[in-house]
Each structure stands twice: as C-alpha cells, then as structure tokens.
Write a protein that binds this ligand. Structure first.
Ligand code: GCO
Ligand code: MG
Length: 402
C-alpha cells in the first residue's frame, strides 16, 4: 500500500480549522488536525508546499519512520509550525493504521487503562456570582472538574472570560485586540473566587484555574500558597515556560499542583520540568506536540517522574485532535485529566465524530481508526477568515504575555 494523495482542507465553521487528509492506493483515508490558532495558513503552506509532495509514494504503515523523516530529515527542527504539520501527518497515519487493522486507535496503543476520560469544563463570568452559576451548570451536567475564571475588577477584558458559555473563544476576526493587565488586581480577586466556589460547592469538586502565563515565579508562589487552603486541582501556566528552571522557585513556595505545556511542541520543551519534577501535569496535546507518536513519548517520560497528563482541549483544537487525544487518554497509565471545551454545532457538523460525553467522562469512538471524519462539501461552505488572538499590555503600555 502507498500514499497516493495528501491534501490540506481549510474551513471556518465558526472558527478556522486546518485538516490534512491522506489517501492510500487501497482507498483508505486518514485525517489529522493541523490547526495553529491565529497562524493557520503558515501550517497549511508548510504542509501543502513542503510536506505533501514528500508523502506521495510512501508506505503509510511506516509511522515512526515518516515521523523521523519529517523531523530529523528537515534539518530545521521543532517550532509550532513544523511540529503541528508533523502532528497532522502522524495523526492521519494512525487513523489509517487503525482502519486497516479494523481497531480503534487506543487498542493499538495498548488498550484501555480506564473506563472513561475525566474531563473539565470552563466556568467563566465577569463577576464571581456569574462564575458560580456557571459552575452549577457543569455540576448539573455531571462534571467532576471545573476550571474557574472571573473578570478582574478595573480591567476591561480578562483572559478566560468570554461572551460564550460552554466554550471560550478568544480569537477575533480582526486585528488583535489589546487588553490591559494588572497583576496586583488579579492577585486580589483569585483567592476570593476560590473561597466562593468552595463555600458553595464544597471540596468534592475538582477546581482548576488558568493563569495564562501572566506571573513571575515568585508571584505564582505567593498565589499558590494563598490558594492552598482551597485545594486547587491545578494552577495552569503560572509563568511563561521558556525558562524551565524558573519553576524551581514556584515549587519552593507552594504545594499547589502545577500544570503547563499547551504551547509546548516537543519533549525538549518540558524535559527539565519533568525530570526535576517541577510540574504535576503536562498539558501538551496531539496537534501541537508532534502527533500521537511524539506525545506518547512525552507521556512516557512524564510517567517515570510522577507527572500526569492533562492535555489541552480548547475550542481551537478540532474534533480530529480531540478524537486522537481521547485514544491516548484512555490508554496511558499516567492519565490525569482532559480539558473539554465544546465545539459549536457548525463545527460538529463539519467533523462528524464518535466520541461522546456522559456523566463527567468523555468516551473515545469504538470505530476503527480515530472515529472522526471531515465532511468536505460542508467544509467548503465555510471559507477561511483571518483571525488573531489578542495581545496584552501592562497599565503603562508595556507589552506583557497574553
Ligand atoms: C486553555 C487555553 C486556551 C488558549 C487557546 C489559545 O487552557 O484552554 O489557555 O484558552 O488560550 O487555546 O489558542
Ligand atoms: Mg490554558
């Protein structure tokens, strides 16, 4: 069997998604998510102009060799664009392998380690009472874990607080909007939010929070120690993670569990964080970290060092990525939790999928392969729309991390 076609499909059913579809000489097809929020066309071009021509004629069964060919063989390694493109190829090849074997992909990864994949949803609101109402909505739906984000008084826009409920969509179809940031105001409101959530919902619910790279290590240590009495499940992305040794300082000051990794692309982005046990959850996911093959490598390293998984699952990762993530989540021994932001109806129609939510858990599809497809005719009705994530400035106008 040989690869006879590889094509890139860009569609925007409410938001942009890039999908790679590979076809074999036996007529088997596989798909992979290649979406990089706000930089979609860079990955589409990397695939179309540089990768797809190299795939034609290759044996689709050689997943590892193809991965190494695209990673080692390219000379220019790593980075979000390259690793997202490699991920798309890798994911599509796993889909094909599953279909050829007649097995869901998780069976090829060693089979089930659990009955369902625990997920967390996003409760957000401008004010704390609004957030509490959203948490109640998730509790009613059976969720065991909820991420809480509220507006910071005095700031016009805050990360994690959106107009939509059940999902959070920060990208805008315009030039990037500019938000302002005050660490002092933020540090005042978060403990109040946690206190209110624990007061109303008690301690059985897992409560998570995303700092979105805004703090310094010592500020994160201070916030973590303040929140310890409210038993946070995790604090996510406390600081930008280029400086991995910076996390030592956070560890010295708090016992709050730390999660990081949604912007990581390779095992080298988290090698020190994992080896020195500076984090508790690794949040890398299939689409941005080199596909199923490479993410499995990261998860296995993490397992050696008491680090559990907590993959990114935002609205800007397509149902193709979510399907792939769930096959890994159900199989790996050190699974922790999976983020689950729902997609819009239009997105779900373009990407029909067999995974489903029930009682706090997601369940991967039992179909051979990944159990997800793309309706190309429908996809063609939603042309690409230029979109950007916001940028962030301090009150004095300095650029800050968004
Ligand atoms: C999360 C993330 C998202 C990102 C988004 C960027 O924890 O889900 O932080 O909200 O901001 O995926 O594209
Ligand atoms: Mg995040």
């Amino acid at each position: 069997m040989k690869i006879t076609d590889a094509k890139v499909i860009v569609t925007s059913p409410g938001r942009n998604f890039v999908t790679l579809k590979i076809t074999t000489s036996d007529g088997v097809t596989g798909i992979g998510d290649a979406t990089l929020n706000g930089r979609e066309l860079a990955v589409a071009s990397y695939l179309r102009d540089h990768v797809c021509p190299l795939l034609i004629g290759r044996d689709p069964a050689r997943i590892e060799d193809t991965w190494q060919y695209l990673y080692r063989g390219a000379y220019w390694r790593r980075g979000p664009v390259t690793m997202t493109a490699i991920a798309a190829v890798d994911t599509a090849l796993w889909d094909i392998k599953g279909k050829v074997a007649g097995l869901p992909v998780y069976q090829l990864l060693g089979g089930r380690s659990r009955e369902g994949v625990t997920v967390y949803g996003h409760a957000n609101g401008e004010t704390i009472p609004e957030v509490l109402d959203e948490v109640a909505r998730y509790v009613d739906l059976g969720y065991r874990a909820v991420r809480v984000q509220c507006g910071v008084p005095g700031l016009d826009a805050t990360y994690g607080v959106g107009k939509d409920k059940m999902f959070y969509e920060p990208a805008e179809t315009s030039r990037p909007s500019e938000a302002t940031w005050s660490t002092e105001r933020y540090l005042r409101v978060v403990p109040e939010l946690f206190a209110a959530v624990r007061d109303r919902f008690g301690y059985d619910l897992h409560v998570l929070h995303d700092i979105h790279h805004r703090l310094t290590p010592i500020e994160a240590g201070r916030l973590g120690s303040t929140l310890e009495e409210y038993a946070p499940f995790w604090l996510e992305d406390p600081v930008p993670a280029e400086l991995q040794e910076g996390f030592r300082l956070i560890r010295q000051h708090t016992k709050a569990p730390i999660a990081v990794g949604e912007v990581f692309n390779s095992i080298w982005d988290c090698e020190q964080l994992i080896r020195e046990q500076l984090i508790d959850y690794i949040r890398a996911t299939v689409v941005h970290a080199g596909g199923i093959t490479h993410l499995r490598r990261i998860f296995d390293l993490a397992a050696l060092h008491h680090v559990r998984t907590g993959s990114h699952g935002a609205t800007d990762l397509s149902p193709v990525c979510m399907s792939a993530a769930l096959h890994l989540d159900i199989a790996v021994p050190n699974f922790g939790i999976q983020e689950y932001m729902r997609h819009t109806e239009a997105t779900d129609e373009v990407f029909p999928h067999g995974y489903h939510y029930a009682d706090g858990y997601l369940h991967p599809s039992e179909e051979p392969g990944l159990g997800v497809d793309i309706d190309e005719k429908l996809a063609a009705r939603y042309p690409y729309e230029p979109a950007y994530l916001p940028v962030n400035r301090l009150m004095d106008g300095s650029m800050h991390h968004w």
